[in-house]
Design a protein around this ligand. Structure first.
Ligand code: FAD
Length: 401
């Protein structure tokens, strides 16, 4: 077995340096511009600065970094870059065309799409011309167990007819979102993991209604987390992704890389929080000196640094395993980091907010929004408990006779 080596390759270092420069020169200065524009406009309207950043990132060769077959970067190499983008989560991932849920949807189309599906949907997604959503979760059933999904996909001649209600579908409020990948059941009486299929549903298909956009701790994401009703929606059978019954398998294939990408970005949020915490502690005076002189604050800073380093090492190991053995071979580690990283990022953000006092809960710093996001991360792409179950199962298996 080759030794794990987390030294950055020359290619990754070059990308990191250029991305860092882009973040400092363009992305951080765009944050207040983005926030001010949104404060004055519909929460789901697109601030012009987003497309400006995309154009500039592409020109700089910082584009589609997430997809190894396109970027030539391994998952390990991408980890450092994704972490950097996580420092400005509203702007940087999208600027470099590496934002969820498009990344997962592009991976699905790349892996399973027909030539026609790739031409119609993957190409404009890779070009950043459109956006997309992945519709699996349903309000009426516990969707962390995907076998519960009830949306029906019924074949009728050359078409599929789709009926069901989804919610928390990220991206559906954005006017650029043109395509949904919808998970439903084509064979409700089949074996539990072969009942599901995924179909491509254009957003403007008759029978699709975007009902409302759900807030996360009161925040309305620009792209939206939407409730969507599908009523007798018809799509051609050529819109099926892979084969009937492959829906569960595709969901697994999609969520593996998606989960690690979320973790990489969460590390970036934790790093930025720690940086802000230190700066604040050094500059804010209370009880005769800077906060940074208080032992209790120093301890929180040290605990945060130690926890981030542990979380990063496990994330890098997981990326390394995916590069060698695929997402399936790294299943246990992916489950583990999906629990560990949001938990640690959440703790670090909590401490950073505390050190900032009232400013920490305001929107004068990015801390409160990041805090709400990493808290939600402990639920989306599978709640902690489901991943803990996977880790326990693998651990026990090693000791069974
Ligand atoms: C911000 C955000 C964005 C999202 N984006 C999308 C999206 O784009 N597309 C999409 O399809 N979905 C999306 N989701 C939905 C998300 O993936 C689901 O909420 C998640 O899978 C959990 O499903 P559920 O809400 O139905 O919870 P349930 O399945 O009802 O679970 C509720 C709770 O039960 C507990 N639980 C569940 N299973 C176990 C177990 N085995 N052992 C012990 N306890 C357990 C956990 O504490 C869990 O949180 C998003 C959610 C959020 C918050």
């Amino acid at each position: 077995m080759r030794a794990m080596d987390f030294e950055l390759s020359p290619k990754a270092r070059d990308h990191r340096d250029r991305l860092q420069e882009f973040m400092e020169a363009r992305v951080y200065p765009a944050e207040p511009v983005y926030a001010a524009w949104r404060a004055e406009n519909d929460p789901h309207a697109l601030p012009p600065v987003v497309e400006e950043l995309k154009a500039e990132a592409r020109e700089r060769g910082l584009w589609n970094l997430f997809l190894p077959d396109v970027s030539g970067l391994s998952n390990l190499e991408y980890a450092t870059l994704a972490e950097l983008t996580g420092r400005s989560p509203d702007l940087a991932p999208e600027a470099v065309n590496c934002a969820a849920p498009d990344t997962g949807n592009m991976e699905v189309l790349h892996m399973f799409g027909t030539d026609e599906q790739k031409e119609r949907w993957l190409r404009p997604l890779l070009d950043g011309e459109i956006r997309s959503a992945f519709a699996m979760t349903e309000p009426e059933v516990a969707s962390s167990d995907a076998t519960n999904i009830t949306t029906s996909i019924v074949r009728d001649g050359d078409e599929y007819v789709i009926n069901g209600r989804k919610w928390f579908i990220t991206g559906a409020a954005d006017e650029r979102c043109k395509i949904f990948i919808v998970m439903g059941k084509t064979d409700p009486d089949g074996p539990a993991h072969r009942q599901q299929s995924q179909v491509l549903v254009p957003r403007d298909a008759p029978g699709v209604t975007v009902v409302r956009h759900l807030p996360v701790f009161g925040y309305q994401d620009q792209h939206g987390h939407s409730e969507i009703l599908f009523e007798d929606v018809r799509v051609p059978v050529s819109n099926l992704v892979a084969a009937e019954g492959d829906g569960f398998m595709i969901a697994q294939a999609r969520l593996g890389p998606g989960r690690i990408h979320h973790c990489m970005r969460a590390l970036g949020m934790a790093e930025r929080a720690l940086e802000l915490m230190c700066r604040r502690a050094l500059s804010r005076e209370a009880f005769g000196g800077p906060l940074a002189r208080q032992g209790v604050v120093r301890e929180q800073i040290a605990e945060s640094r130690m926890a981030i380093e542990q979380a990063r090492l496990l994330t890098l190991k997981t990326a390394w395993l995916i590069d060698r053995h695929g997402a399936k071979g790294a299943r246990t580690e992916i489950a583990a980091i999906k629990v560990v990283v949001p938990r640690i990022a959440h703790q670090v953000l909590d401490r950073a907010i505390q050190v900032h006092g009232a400013a920490g809960v305001s929107d004068d710093t990015p801390l409160a929004a990041m805090y709400s996001w990493v808290r939600a991360m402990r639920i989306f792409d599978g709640p902690d408990e489901v991943h803990v179950r996977t880790v326990a199962r693998q651990e026990l298996r090693r000791h069974e006779n």
